[in-house]
Design a protein around this ligand. Structure first.
Ligand SMILES: Cc1cc2nc3c(=O)[nH]c(=O)nc-3n(C[C@H](O)[C@H](O)[C@H](O)COP(=O)(O)OP(=O)(O)OC[C@H]3O[C@@H](n4cnc5c(N)ncnc54)[C@H](O)[C@@H]3O)c2cc1C
Length: 231
């Protein structure tokens, strides 16, 4: 899986702080933004987060290129209705029949016998796809035979409020491993551009309480542990 930050709102931390200040000051937004650019108020952003005044976060958005995510995970991703998506179409793009085209779960990779079964099944489905295409079956129909784990490409945009919501759900240890890894990489990229806005982000356990009915019992100790790549 490869995640690229394609674009983001300039000066995200400063813009959110300026947007919040417009609620309480009789001056122009441009002047407030300039003031924040000269001296960003980290305290203000922390207060917005703590008080739930997070509509201010909606002024900032991040756009990612996502390559090599399985359609299993993209199906979960597109459930996030406040995000914007453009996804590679299997109606129009012919799928490449190679071993890299299908995501292999770590549990399968770690078990040689399971890996052989998995790779054989993938090869069979890819051969059937190629045969159907050769018979003149349209791509949009031939694709029905492809595995659920087939990789896809997307462009994804979320505003910072939705990103916080997404990180809260998908960085939970109980989230599915692939979307968890996607969220981890996205958070790392967001923190590079908006360190204050994303200083605190993630599942509820990182804030000291678990919101899950069936807790994993292993709360994250800190952001460093949350952002560490899983083996
Ligand atoms: C661990 C886990 C397991 C899951 N298991 C399943 C499962 O088994 N089956 C399944 O179908 N789904 C499952 N889901 C998906 C889940 O039900 C949500 O569809 C998905 O997480 C998107 O969350 P959301 O609706 O909060 O987010 P978004 O769609 O991103 O919405 C963000 C927030 O906006 C508000 N909002 C958005 N749309 C509306 C609306 N129409 N009305 C009112 N408020 C709205 C809500 O406050 C919402 O939380 C699972 C999710 C997780 C994290």
């Amino acid at each position: 899986m490869q995640i690229t930050l394609l674009a983001h709102t300039p000066n995200p931390d400063e813009l959110v702080a300026a947007a919040a200040r417009i609620c309480y000051r009789d001056t122009t937004a441009a002047e407030l933004l300039q003031g924040e650019e000269e001296n960003l108020s980290r305290k203000l952003i922390a207060e917005l987060f703590a008080s739930g005044h997070t509509s201010t976060f909606e002024h900032v958005s991040f756009t990612f290129g996502i390559d090599g995510l399985s359609r299993v995970a993209s199906h979960q991703l597109v459930r996030h209705r406040l995000a914007s998506f453009s996804q590679q179409s299997q109606r129009y793009v012919k799928m490449t029949p190679d071993s890299e085209a299908v995501v292999v779960p770590p549990s399968v990779k770690a078990n040689p016998e399971a890996l052989t079964i998995y790779q054989d099944a993938v090869r069979t489905s890819q051969e059937a796809y190629a045969q159907l295409i050769a018979l003149g079956i349209p791509k949009e129909d031939a694709r029905f035979i492809l595995p659920h784990g087939h990789s896809t490409r997307l462009v994804l945009t979320m505003n910072a409020r939705e990103l916080h919501h997404f990180f809260g759900l998908r960085l939970c240890r109980r989230a599915q491993w692939e979307i968890h890894e996607l969220a981890r990489q996205m958070l790392a990229l967001c923190r590079e551009k908006a360190p204050v806005l994303f200083e605190n982000a993630g599942p509820s356990c990182i804030f000291g309480r678990c919101g899950e009915a069936r807790t994993c019992g292993k709360p994250y100790r800190d952001m460093e542990e949350l952002l560490r790549e899983t083996e």
